[in-house]
Structures are given as C-alpha cells and as structure tokens.
Design a protein around this ligand. Structure first.
Ligand SMILES: *Cc1c(COP(=O)(O)O)cnc(C)c1O
Length: 446
C-alpha cells in the first residue's frame, strides 16, 4: 500500500537526473532522519549513506556541533545580504578559509552551490583579461569527461556527453583536452610508456589558441561525475606548469574533492599546486546548507580595482550570497576538522578502503577500480579482457545499486561505474560493511 507521502511525492516532485516515468512506477525510499553515516527512512529502515548525500556530508548526519552552531546563528539572524552590508559569520569564514588555503589565495567570493562557484570563476577569469587589455581571451580550455555543474556556463565547460548533448546549441565554444582516463586512454596509450601524451595534447591546444584562452578548468585529481576518473600522479602539476608557461589562468574546481575527500584538505595539496582560482562547495558546510566560494589571488582581484566610472566592478551576485546560517555551519565544520583531527585520522581508513577495493578488482565483471582518499569508482565491464562495456541502456550500475539498497546501503552509480564516497566520519567497521555489500551486490546482480 502506498503512503500519502509516497503519493504526494509522485504527484508533485520532479526529481533531478531522474526519468520520472520509471520513478512513478517504483516505491521511493523517503528519508526522515539521519544519524552519523546512516539515513533512516519513514518506515524505520537504516541505510548506510555510501555517497555522503551526493558527496556533501563530511562528519555524519545530525552532528551535534553543527546543529548547535546553526541554532545559535538562527537566534541572531538567518540571512542578511553581502550587497552593501557584511555579516559576522561570512567574515569569520572568509578569514578561516584564507588561512586554510595557500597564502596566495585570499580573496573570497561567496555564492551558494558548486555550479555558481564555477560560473563566478569563469566570469572572473574572463573579465580579468578584459581589464588587462587582452580582449581576445573569449574561450576556455576544459577536459573531456569534465563535470562542473548544470548551469549553462558550467555545462559549456563540461564534457559528459550524455548529460550535455541536448544543450549543445546553447553553449559557448570551449577548447578540449583529453581526459586523463588511463583505463580507456583516448590517445590509445599505456601509462607505462605514454609520458603524459594527454598533456602534450593540452599544450598543443594552448599553443594553437594562444591569446584566445582565458583559463583552463580542471577537477584536481578526480574527474568525479565524469566517472570517478583518477588522474595519474604528476598530471595536475603538469597542467599547472603548462598554464604558467602559456600565461593562462588555472581554475581548480574542488567542489567534489575539497574538504578532505582525497585524504588531504584540498586535492591540489597532493601535488603542491596553487591554482589562480579555486571553487569550493559540496563539503564546505559538512553537507548541511548550500554554500560555495570562489577564491582567487591578489593578481586577479586587483585587476578589478579602479574608479567607479571605470566599470571594473565584478557585476555578479546572488540573493543568498554569504548566507550567515551556511557560514556558521561551515565554521562549525572546520572546527570539527581541527578538534577531531579528521585529516590526520583518515590514513588508516584510506588504507583499509584501498585494500578492500583492490581485492574487488578480482571480480569477474570489475574492469577497473580507481580511488583517491575516500573517493572511489568501480567500473563494471561485460568482458574484462577486451574492456567491452555494458550498453548504458542495461543500467548495470542501477542493478547493483538496487541490490545494495536491499542490503542497507544507498549508492548512486554513474552509468556502469559504482561510486563510493562515504562521509569522512565513517568507521572502519562501517567501511568493511559497505565494501562487503558492494561486493555481494556486484556478484548477485551480474
Ligand atoms: C557537483 C559538482 C559541481 C556542481 O555543484 P552543484 O552544487 O551541484 O551545483 C561542480 N563541480 C564539480 C567538480 C562537482 O562535483
């Protein structure tokens, strides 16, 4: 029997990235509460949150310190604008983030989700060059398999064919470089001998369009929504070196990788890379409230300084920019990182996660297992020897996800790729349980 909530969901909610005809035929799991890494449905079922509520949750659900910080802020004020005013938590958070990031990144522009953080970065980079008198830099260089959000600017620099195809006519032109997807190298090379041929291809684009590219945008270390594609060590540093060599700005979209996911606070830290612009969102509030920042250098910021009549102002902003509740949650989230020594405590979890994932590589239909920190993708293939993929219409990932749900684990796959991004607070036992369920689900579904 359907509950009234279930009926109302079907009647009124249009779910994102969802074929609603299928949805209407199923029974939605309706979540009512959360507890640490668990989601609890209206009928009392507990599900391990294997994807951190779409990659946002960090310290678990219903974390007392974050709840308390939001409640305390709520007693003061819920929202006040940054257009013409400032507010206490927004100032405190900006200072904290600047301390956390490389000293070169110190000017913080607030928005409210990952896509807007990317829009801000693109417009900032574009306008920077106008102010520098370089009017020809009207394009960007992005990677195949990139995902930077769903607004049109972010889609223009995106490279996930299945999501972006329909919107082609609405998008601005973007130059492309190969994805560092070693399992299925676009250039047909093997990592052992390739000597970063993909970076050579990127350089060719830069050389060919010198003076036309405002910025290169990349997801450091992991192209997440494009299939949890983990770039080989040295790749990110290679991109930074090319940007420096050709005088092109580098935008690091750390919306997915930021706040500890890769084992360090920011993915760029693994290779000592300092981008010109960094985008942060998802984990910034611990997964509590929508908030984002785009952070840049003195060089970019100061190009926008001038007299009012010069029209160098950055004409961009959002209604909920610098929302005090979001900033209070983010401050509490950072406090927990410090107090609980979260980054320091990740090493054994990452080690266990890697070990269990490597073991999974032996399964018959597991073609590739890739991971960094607590982010992983398990690519399922029809034929391991030839790497023949399952046709996307077969919804192989979903078949595994459905099995996992029956066993008490919620995941959301990307096509044939099983995605695992647990909250950083997950325990070793819960990690073992999660990977065990995945293993069984793959064996049963295929
Ligand atoms: C999720 C994501 C975005 C978009 O963030 P939204 O908050 O969903 O708009 C942008 N970039 C990357 C790398 C992401 O993973």
């Amino acid at each position: 029997m359907n509950s009234p909530l279930e009926d109302a969901d079907r009647k009124y909610i249009w779910h994102p990235f969802t074929q609603m005809k299928e949805w209407e035929q199923g029974h939605p799991v309706i979540i009512e509460r959360g507890e640490g890494p668990f989601l609890i449905s209206i009928d009392g079922q507990r599900y391990l949150d294997g994807v951190s509520s779409l990659w946002v949750n960090i310290h678990g659900h219903a974390k007392k310190e974050i709840n308390d910080a939001i409640t305390a802020q709520l007693g003061r004020i819920a929202h006040s604008t940054l257009l013409g005013l400032s507010n206490v938590p927004a100032i405190q958070l900006a200072e904290r983030l600047a301390d956390l990031l490389d000293p070169a990144l110190s000017h913080i522009f607030y928005s409210d989700n990952g896509s807007t953080a990317v829009e801000v970065a693109l417009k900032m980079a574009f306008q920077y060059w106008k102010h520098k008198g370089e009017d020809g830099r009207n394009s960007f260089l992005a990677l195949n398999n990139a995902y930077h959000g769903d607004t049109l600017g972010a889609v223009s620099v995106g490279g996930v064919e299945i999501f972006h195809h329909a919107f082609g006519p609405l998008l601005f032109k973007t130059f492309r470089a190969p994805s560092p997807y070693c399992y299925r190298c676009e250039l047909g090379r093997e990592r052992a001998e390739c000597d970063f041929a993909c970076l050579d291809a990127m350089e060719e684009q830069m050389r060919g369009h010198q003076g036309g590219i405002a910025a290169v945008i990349v997801e450091p270390l992991v192209q997440a929504a494009g299939g949890m594609i983990v770039s080989p060590p040295g790749y990110l540093k290679g991109v930074r070196d090319l940007c420096t060599k050709y005088g092109i700005l580098m935008i690091a979209d750390e919306v997915a990788t930021g706040f500890g996911r890769t084992g360090q606070m920011f993915a760029c830290g693994h290779e000592g890379v300092v981008p010109d612009i960094i985008c942060l969102s998802k984990g910034i509030t611990g997964g509590y409230l929508p908030l984002a920042v785009t952070v840049t250098t003195d060089e970019v910021y100061s190009a926008f300084l001038g007299e009012f009549r010069d029209l160098k102002t950055f004409f961009h902003g959002h209604s909920y920019t610098g929302n005090p509740l979001g900033c209070a949650a983010a401050l509490a989230c950072l406090d927990i990182f410090e107090k609980e020594k979260v980054i320091e405590g990740l090493a054994p979890k990452v080690e266990l996660f890697s070990k269990l994932l490597r073991e999974m590589a032996g399964l018959q239909h597991v073609g590739d297992v890739r991971f960094r920190g607590l982010m992983a993708g398990v690519e399922l293939v029809r034929d391991k020897a030839t790497k023949e993929p399952y046709a996307w219409e077969e919804k192989i990932g979903w078949r595994v996800a459905l099995k996992a749900l029956e066993k008490g684990l919620f995941i959301r796959p990307l096509g044939n790729i099983i995605v695992l991004i647990p909250p950083l607070s997950i325990t070793m036992d819960e990690l073992r349980r999660m990977l065990g369920i995945i293993r069984d689900s793959i064996e049963e579904a295929l």
